[in-house]
Structure formats: structure tokens, C-alpha cells
Design a protein around this ligand. Structure first.
Ligand code: NAD
Length: 481
């Protein structure tokens, strides 16, 4: 078999020890790897590179397109960019896949039957990093959800389910509140689900879904989520499986893929031959499937399960009741190597015979063009006077094109006309100008309105156009409006 080129980073803290243990196990399992090593993390940050990764390291990643990464330490203090976030975004690693499996009775958990895969969207949502302080009192973070981004991640979840013999894909959103952003995610989920009649599908509102996941994880199979919910709930899921130290994950892009443990560099445990290499090992097993070495993946995974089952445990999962031997990182690796070719007898052995490459084709469907009309504008103002009626009186006679003042909100709550005196107001106001019958206006009209508002002495923070797509309004009505 030809060797597959991969890029390896040994990372910081416990990184070098768990990476060495992982590579030793992979080699013993017969993995055919041609390894390029790169330096990332603490040393690179502290040498003055705020991204923590040097240009030649990017070159290696773009050449091999496969990255096995040990955890790194982000130095304390400002100015250091998260290497993980940079890598995901720059290389377009849109899918974060995290299997969360219980290994009862060998690793203690309240949920012995749990076997959930979290598929988290990795590039969009509130992680776009577009934040502004708009007034002395109010800051904003933009939540961006795109149709192609959503289609890719949802399709990935269904393709993954099919390839790995999973029965159901669940979607979590908060579309009862965020009707446009989470609404789009849910809508695309429903559309894509129809293309996979062999896989059951369902949607839960994220709050009750998260509660159900924490209480009855065995009710779920694959769960697909926007970035923020996925970030939080993938940690919850790994933790309740009993095993943050045992979970691996993949970050998949159209070109490049990155594989890692979910935990950090555990600096307090570094250099003591204590750390559990299992999270990184499970990440590397996902990598083997990705590069077409499924047989090796199966052999290594089963040997690892057998080791767990034989009670050979590192300190983090050692439990007198079930463990037979407390071992260090190297000894654990040796124990897995000694069991190469064996299968577990109590835990279910894995089979990757059917598993396909994890880099599925998730190309989004081209959309038909839509007719877009501008029917109004939300003008956001800073105004220190907290009387909405005064503001309403001052702006109510301004018109341009077909637009006139239809409402004023403060943090989304309607305060004019007919607001409640009890509503708490900040210095941040949204003034909505639009036509009553969705008749279009021009951008010139919007500029004219802004001119008038500015001349009246108000400070405009930003504007948002109100549009119809093929005649349908595509903006939120506003609470109480
Ligand atoms: P951590 O995951 O490193 O440690 C949390 C706890 O889990 C500690 O008690 C640690 O001893 C234990 N632990 C973690 N992995 C273990 C293992 N393999 N075996 C045994 N015990 C293990 O989280 P932290 O302490 O919050 O972060 C430490 C550093 O790691 C920080 O600099 C942080 O930025 C970084 N970090 C990196 C990544 C990454 O590179 N992907 C992810 C998370 C945190």
C-alpha cells in the first residue's frame, strides 16, 4: 500500500506524549503514513506570530490536506488568535464531527447506552467574529447563517448517517425566536431530509432538545446544529458519555481535513507520562477512514476497545471497581499494541467495512434567482434622551419614496407608537421606515431619509434594508409590532 502523506503537529503540554503514543499505535496497526511535522502553538505564538502558525506550516497543510493535530496551549493575554478557529475558517473546515460514546461498565457514566454523533456547523453563526460596540450602552454580534453553508452541513449529517448505518438525524434550532436565521437552518434541514427517505428525521427546539439530550441521550443518534449550539452541546454530550478525555473529533472541509482530541493541552499533566492518549487516538482513527485505510482503523479501534475492557486504564478513568491496572501514557499505548488483532467481547466491536470516506459530496444546490425589492429601511440611532414619544414626534413626518415611520423599537421591543411606559430603554433605537403596502422604494430614497435624520441632529449607527424576495417580506416584524 502507498503511504499517505499527512501533516502532524505534536502541540503543547501533554500533546507530544499523546501524539507519540498515538503514532506508535497506528504504526503497530499497519497504518501507511508519510509524516510531515509542523510546529504550531505556544512557541510560535511567543515568537511573535499572533496566529500561532508559520507560513511553511500552511504550505504543508495545503500539500497533504490531512492534519493530525495534538492540543496546543494558547498563551494568556490578549492579541493571540485562536489557532483552531483560524484553521477551520481559512481551510474551510465546515463540518465538526464528534462521536460521543459510553463505554459502560468500563468507564463510569449515567448513560450506559449513549452513542450520539454531534455534527456541528463550523464556520458561520455567531462565530463570524463581526462584533461592534454601537453605543456606550449596547454592543452587537452578527449572527450569519447562509443557505449553502446550512445545506452543506445538513447534507453532511445525512451522508454520515447513511455511511455509518445510523438511523436518525435530529436538528436543533431556536427558530421559534430566530425565525430568519435558525428558521433558514430548519427549513433547509426539512428540504434535505426529504432526499434521505431511508433515514428518520426530526427537529427539536434547542432548549428542550438539550435538556432531553442531557437526560436521555439514548433517544438520539446523529444531531446536526448551528455553530454555537453545537459548540456547547458537543462538550455536554462528551462529558455525559463519561469521557471528555476519550473523545476525538474531525473537522472536514471540501479540500482539507483536521483530526484531533477534543480536550486541551492539560499543562499540569505534561511530561509525567500520565495523560490518556485515547481522544487523539480516536481522532486518528477517523483520519484513517478518511484516507481510505479503514481496515487499519478497524483493527486499531477494536484493540483499543479490548484494552479498555481489560481494565487497563490511565489515571483519569481509573476506577478500583472496574480497572485492573493503572498505567501511564506509554504503557497504555503498549497495551493497545499488544492487543492488535483482538476484538472486545463485552463492548460492541466496530466494523468499518461499509464506512466510506468522510469527505462526502455536499455541494449545495444552485438556487433560482429571486426578484428583490427594497420596501423600507431600519435606521438605528444613538439617542441619550429615553423618551420614545419625543423621538417618534421628531421623526414621524419624515417620508421618502413610499416610506414613512412605522415604528420605533428599543432592543427589539416596540416603544412607539403606543409603547408601554414600563419598557426599559437604552441609548440604542431602531426606527423603521417602510411603506404600508410593501410598495418599493429606491436606495436614493433611503439616503434622503438618512440625510433628513442626520440634519435633525440624530446620530445614525447603521441601517438595514427591508426587502421582499419575490414579493414576500424577508425581515422580522419586530416584537410587539
Ligand atoms: P484541558 O482539556 O487541557 O484540561 C481539562 C482537564 O482535563 C484537566 O484537569 C486535565 O488534566 C484533564 N485532561 C485533559 N485531557 C486529558 C488527557 N488526555 N488525559 C488525562 N487528563 C486530561 O482544558 P484547559 O485546562 O481548560 O486548557 C488547557 C490549555 O489547552 C489552554 O491553553 C487551552 O487554550 C488549550 N486548549 C486547546 C485545545 C485544542 O488545541 N484543541 C482545546 C481546548 C483547550
Amino acid at each position: 500500500m502507498n503511504k499517505t502523506p499527512i501533516t502532524v503537529a505534536y502541540g503543547d503540554g501533554i500533546g507530544p506524549e499523546i501524539m507519540q503514543a498515538t503514532l506508535d499505535i497506528l504504526t503497530a496497526g499497519g497504518a501507511q503514513l508519510d509524516i510531515e511535522t509542523i510546529e504550531i502553538g505556544e512557541k510560535v505564538y511567543l515568537s511573535g506570530n499572533s496566529a500561532g502558525i508559520a507560513p511553511e506550516a500552511w504550505e504543508s497543510l495545503r500539500r497533504t490536506k490531512v492534519f493530525l493535530k495534538a492540543p496546543i496551549t494558547t498563551p494568556q493575554g490578549g492579541g493571540f488568535k485562536s489557532l483552531n478557529v483560524t484553521t477551520r475558517k481559512v481551510l474551510g473546515l465546515y463540518a465538526n464531527v464528534r462521536p460521543c460514546v459510553a463505554y459502560a461498565p468500563f468507564v463510569s457514566t449515567k448513560h450506559p447506552k449513549m452513542d450520539v454523533v454531534i455534527v456541528r456547523e463550523n464556520e458561520e453563526d455567531l462565530y463570524a467574529g463581526i462584533e461592534h460596540q454601537q453605543t456606550p450602552e449596547v454592543v452587537q454580534c452578527l449572527k450569519l447563517i447562509s443557505r449553502p453553508g446550512t445545506e452543506k452541513i445538513v447534507r453532511y449529517a445525512f451522508e454520515y448517517a447513511r455511511a455509518y448505518g445510523r438511523k436518525k438525524v435530529t436538528c436543533f434550532t431556536k427558530d421559534n425566536i430566530m425565525k430568519q436565521t435558525d428558521g433558514l437552518f430548519h427549513k433547509v434541514f426539512d428540504e434535505v431530509a426529504k432526499e434521505y427517505p431511508d433515514i428518520e428525521n426530526e427537529h427539536w427546539i434547542v432548549d428542550i432538545g438539550a435538556a432531553k439530550l442531557a437526560d436521555t441521550p439514548e433517544a438520539f443518534d446523529v444531531i446536526v446544529m448551528p455553530n454555537l449550539y453545537g459548540d456547547i452541546l458537543s462538550d455536554v454530550a462528551a462529558q455525559i458519555a463519561g469521557s471528555v478525555g476519550l473523545a476525538g473529533s474531525s473537522n472536514i472541509g471540501q479540500e482539507v481535513a483536521m483530526f484531533e482530541a477534543i480536550h486541551g493541552s492539560a499543562p499540569r499533566r505534561a511530561g509525567q507520562n500520565l495523560a490518556n492518549p485515547s481522544g487523539l487516538l480516536l481522532g486518528s482513527i477517523m483520519m484513517l477512514v478518511h484516507i481510505g485505510q479503514s481496515e487499519v482503523a478497524e483493527r486499531v479501534h477494536n484493540a483499543w476497545l479490548k484494552t479498555l475492557e481489560d481494565g487497563i486504564h490511565t489515571y483519569d478513568i481509573y476506577d478500583e471497581a472496574v480497572s485492573t491496572e493503572k498505567v501511564g501514557t506509554k504503557e497504555f499505548a503498549q497495551a493497545v499494541i499488544a492487543r492488535m488483532g483482538q476484538k472486545p467481547s463485552t463492548l460492541t466491536p466496530v466494523s468499518y467495512a461499509q464506512a466510506k470516506d468522510v469527505n462526502f459530496n455536499t455541494t449545495p444546490t444552485p438556487q433560482a434567482p429571486v426578484k428583490i425589492d427594497t420596501v423600507g429601511v431600519d435606521i438605528f440611532l444613538r439617542c441619550d434622551d429615553r423618551d420614545p414619544n419625543k423621538l417618534g414626534e421628531a421623526l414621524k413626518d419624515y417620508t421618502a419614496g413610499n416610506m414613512h415611520l412605522s415604528m420605533i423599537t428599543n432592543r427589539g421591543v416596540k416603544v412607539w407608537p403606543n409603547g408601554f411606559a414600563e419598557t426599559f430603554c437604552t441609548d440604542h433605537w431602531r426606527c423603521r421606515f417602510k411603506s404600508d403596502d410593501l410598495a418599493p422604494s429606491t436606495y436614493q430614497d433611503i439616503i434622503q431619509l438618512q440625510q433628513a435624520v442626520t440634519e435633525a441632529g440624530y446620530e445614525i449607527i447603521k441601517t438595514e434594508n427591508l426587502c421582499t424576495f419575490d414579493g414576500q417580506p424577508v425581515f422580522s416584524a419586530g416584537q410587539g409590532a
